[in-house]
Design a protein around this ligand. Structure first.
Ligand SMILES: Cc1cc2nc3c(=O)[nH]c(=O)nc-3n(C[C@H](O)[C@H](O)[C@H](O)COP(=O)(O)O)c2cc1C
Length: 169
C-alpha cells in the first residue's frame, strides 16, 4: 500500500470549537467537509483523545471556523499542538460567540452546527452536523488549504490528525 496516495487528498485548515455554560473548547482540524446541500450538513472527524471530541459528544454542537492564508501560525500551534486540558487556549485569542460557541476574530468565516449523527471510526468519531447558521467575516480572504499549511507554513500533521503518518512511513 503506497500511503503517499492518501497525502494527495485535499483539505482546508479549520478550528473546531464548542462551549458549555462554563468552558470553551477548541482544536485544529483538517477533516471538515460539506456532506449535503439541502439541508446543509457538514462533517468533522475528531480523535477520541482530544478534549474537543469529548466536549462535542457531550454538548452536541460544534462550530467550524475557516482560517485564511493570513491566519497567524501561532493560532494553529496554540489550538493544534496543545490540549485544553493543560491550558486555556482562548486566554489570548479575541473571539465573539455565535450560536453559543466561540469564533476567533481571525476567522475568515464560520459555520455553526448541531450534531445530528455520529459514527465511531476507531481512533476518531465522525460528527455529522446540521448547519444552524454561518457567515463570512473576511469575504475576500483566501481560505488556507492543507497544502498551503504544509508547503508554505511548513506545518506538520500531529499524531491526532487523521492524516498523521508515523516517521517510518
Ligand atoms: C494542521 C492540523 C490538523 C489537524 N487535524 C485534526 C483533525 O482533523 N482531527 C483531530 O481530531 N485532530 C486534528 N488535529 C490535532 C488536534 O488539533 C490536537 O490534537 C489538539 O491538541 C487537540 O486539542 P484538545 O485536546 O484541546 O481538543 C490537527 C492538528 C493540526 C496542527
Amino acid at each position: 500500500m503506497n500511503r503517499k496516495a492518501l497525502q494527495k487528498l485535499s483539505y482546508g485548515v479549520y478550528l473546531i470549537t464548542t462551549a458549555s455554560d462554563e468552558t470553551l473548547y477548541g482544536c485544529v482540524a483538517n477533516s471538515a467537509m460539506q456532506i449535503t446541500s439541502a439541508p446543509a450538513q457538514v462533517a468533522v472527524s475528531l480523535n477520541h483523545d482530544n478534549q474537543t471530541c469529548e466536549a462535542v459528544e457531550k454538548i452536541g454542537m460544534f462550530l467550524i471556523s475557516v482560517l485564511s492564508t493570513q491566519a497567524d501560525p501561532a493560532l494553529i500551534g496554540g489550538f493544534g499542538y496543545r490540549s485544553g486540558r493543560d491550558c486555556d487556549k482562548f486566554s489570548a485569542v479575541p473571539y465573539t460567540m455565535r450560536e453559543g460557541m466561540p469564533v476567533p476574530d481571525a476567522a475568515l468565516g464560520w459555520i455553526a452546527c448541531r450534531v445530528v449523527k455520529q459514527m465511531d471510526a476507531g481512533t476518531h468519531t465522525i460528527f455529522l452536523g446540521e448547519v444552524l447558521d454561518c457567515d463570512l467575516l473576511q469575504p475576500d480572504a483566501i481560505p488556507m488549504t492543507y497544502a498551503y499549511y504544509h508547503t508554505v507554513i511548513k506545518g506538520a500533521s500531529p499524531k491526532n490528525a487523521p492524516t498523521y503518518l508515523p516517521p517510518e512511513s
